[in-house]
Design a protein around this ligand. Sequence first.
Ligand code: HEC
Length: 123
Amino acid sequence: MNIIKTILVIAIFHLPQVMAQDASRDFLGEINDSDHPDGYREYVELGCWQCHGFQGQGGRAAKLVDPLMPYDGFAMQVRKPRNIMPVYSPNVLSDARLKKIYSYLQNIPESPDPDDIPLLSGD
Ligand code: HEC
């Protein structure tokens, strides 16, 4: 009986980790870059999506697009964050990869006008 309990406790304890691994495999293992503007891979690998969403739409932290800030301010925030955002030093994220991330965000299509979405038109 005790051994069954122990096995159950171990299984339940590890379940979230196993699920998390599967999720990250989906995100990182099956990225099809051709479906996204260039720089998507860097954006995902560096984990920006975790706080800013996959399209830079925001989530736990600020929205990055619509409008996207000028590159200098963007790079300054990544290298020396104003507040609680993690620091990304050039050792972790080179200037070249940072520029790719910026270009990814630049090429995300603008959100449509809500009036142009039939479901939201109220008719
Ligand atoms: C753990 C969460 C987290 C991650 C991961 C993260 N950020 Fe942030 N980001 C924040 C928070 C919180 C802020 C608000 C300012 C601060 O705390 O410094 C912010 C602010 C920003 C801003 C300024 C937005 C504005 O309108 O002022 C930019 C640009 C930005 N992040 C880019 C990035 C990029 C690029 C990455 C990936 C390399 C990234 N962030 C990863 C949490 C995160």
